[in-house]
Design a protein around this ligand. Structure first.
Ligand SMILES: Cc1ncc(COP(=O)(O)O)c(C=O)c1O
Length: 387
């Protein structure tokens, strides 16, 4: 039975050029980028090249990129680092109810440090409105932190409108955006969107795990989370993950050149996936926005009310289909329901939710075959479910 991987929001398989770049960096650019001799310079060159590539992809400057150990660390550095850097004058943070745990938990930790945080509600499509952000601003608001694309539902937040509205009303407020699920799927252009801090991660775009970056707009100062080293302009101490950075650079080179085409293809396949599931299992419900303007191309959230998401995931894995309940990062702690409940889903619907996520490598055959297996499993499990 052919295996079908539809869990690309959790992680994507590394592409061949990424594997080559990581291997090449490990084998030849193994020096410490801080060393002043040839070996160091070779490693530094690899880091510089990837930094330039990421800056070009984001329409930013290379000196505005800070490499981190991934999206989680970049989010923590942005949220805690910005809040702490401005603590003298600003004590209030605005965020959303459906943020990734790495932002949500950073905000909760800041509350323990004496900051106050407003958690904005979302509409039933899972989106925060610019008006709600503006209404939440206070004189002591120093940071607004919101995600671009929700990792559980694919809901696309109106980040450009929010950024423009916030900067018009309060140019002194910094805006951080978690763009981990947006990079490579929707245009992220920092010359057009006035955000101050932005998080990206390598392994969601076929790069290696354990590598990410924070964009820090020139003039914005954040406090490092640890250490007093000189790497990454003092914002992220520790010898750089050169192979990871090389792999991230290779992933960017591939992903960014074919983004528009790949996004259109993923979107069409996602719609086909939903069409086939809803035909074969009419009791399935789609969560989040269906309007292409309001949703990312790669994530489909589907509920089978009365069934258990975990049971569906395991039954599907036995049939070679790999998907997720809610979000992979939080499903073990069952905090995924926070996001779905914030959108107004009841427990029965939230508990029976699957997240199906595509990549540029997903094929039409994958999608039609996965829909057939998903519907068959849902029918089987419904026979045992208590309604
Ligand atoms: C929206 C979002 N933010 C942050 C992260 C964390 O990124 P990383 O896995 O690189 O730590 C994830 C990972 O699932 C995510 O989906």
């Amino acid at each position: 039975m052919a295996e079908i991987y539809l869990d690309n929001a959790a992680t994507t398989p590394p592409s061949a050029p990424v594997i080559d770049a990581v291997h090449h960096a490990l084998a030849t650019a193994w020096g410490n980028p801080s060393s002043v001799h040839t070996k160091g310079l070779e490693a530094e060159r690899v880091v510089t090249e990837a930094r330039q590539r990421l800056a070009a992809a984001l329409r930013a400057r290379p000196d505005e990129i800070v490499f981190t150990s991934g999206g989680t660390e970049a989010n923590a550095l942005a949220v805690k680092g910005a809040a702490r850097a401005r603590a003298g004058r600003y004590r209030h943070i605005v965020t959303g109810m459906t943020e990734h745990p790495s932002v949500f938990n950073a905000c909760e930790a800041l509350e323990e440090e004496g900051f106050s945080v407003t958690y904005l509600p979302v509409d039933e499509a899972g989106r925060v409105s610019p008006e709600a952000v503006l209404d939440a601003l206070r004189d002591d608001t120093g940071l607004v932190t919101l995600m671009w694309v929700n990792n559980e539902t694919g809901a696309l937040h109106p980040v450009a409108d929010i950024a423009a509205a916030v900067k018009r009303a309060r140019p002194d407020v910094w805006l951080h955006v978690d763009a981990v699920q947006a990079l490579g799927k929707v245009p992220v252009r920092l010359d057009q969107v006035p955000v101050d801090l932005l998080t990206v991660s390598g392994h969601k775009i076929h790069g290696p795990k354990g590598i990410g970056a924070l964009f820090v707009r020139s003039g914005v100062r954040v406090k490092p989370l640890f250490g007093a080293g000189t790497q990454e302009k003092g914002l992220r101490s520790g010898t750089e993950n050169v192979p990871g950075i090389a792999g991230f650079g290779a992933a960017l080179a591939e992903t960014m050149t074919r983004m528009d085409q790949a996004a259109a293809r993923m979107r069409a396949l996602k719609e086909l996936l939903w069409e086939r599931i809803s035909e074969a299992a009419p009791f399935a419900l789609r969560n989040g926005p269906a309007d292409p303007e309001l949703t990312a191309p790669h994530i489909l959230s589907v509920s089978f009310p009365g069934l258990k998401g975990e049971v569906l995931v395991h039954a599907l894995a036995q049939r070679g289909v790999y998907v997720s309940t809610g979000s992979a990062c939080s499903s073990r702690r069952r905090t995924g329901a926070r996001v779905l409940k914030a959108m107004g889903l009841d427990d029965r619907r939230a508990d029976g939710t699957l997240r199906l996520s595509l990549s540029a490598a997903t094929t039409e055959e994958d999608v039609t075959e996965a829909a057939a297996r998903i519907a068959a499993v849902a029918h089987e499990l419904r026979e045992f479910a208590v309604f």
